[in-house]
Design a binder for this molecule. Structure first.
Ligand SMILES: [Zn+2]
Length: 66
């Protein structure tokens, strides 16, 4: 998983519906949080705004992420 920091929130591929986010760690990060997407194929981190999309899902294809 990428950990590069950007000014704008990123969209990252996830290998499953349960994702872990720490915002990239270090000074740019936030406390580790876990999300479960449930019925959805994506989730947005409430701390840093990063969006996680299930790899191979229709949502990922729609976003051009494969
Ligand atoms: Zn986050």
């Amino acid at each position: 998983m990428k950990t590069t920091a950007h000014d704008a929130p990123e969209t990252l591929l996830a290998d499953g519906k349960r994702v872990r986010c720490d915002g990239g760690g270090g000074a740019l990060g936030h406390p580790v949080v876990y999300y479960d997407m449930g019925a959805a194929d994506d989730v947005e981190c409430q701390y840093c705004g990063r969006r996680y999309v299930v790899r191979g899902s229709a949502r990922a294809r729609f976003l051009g992420l494969a």
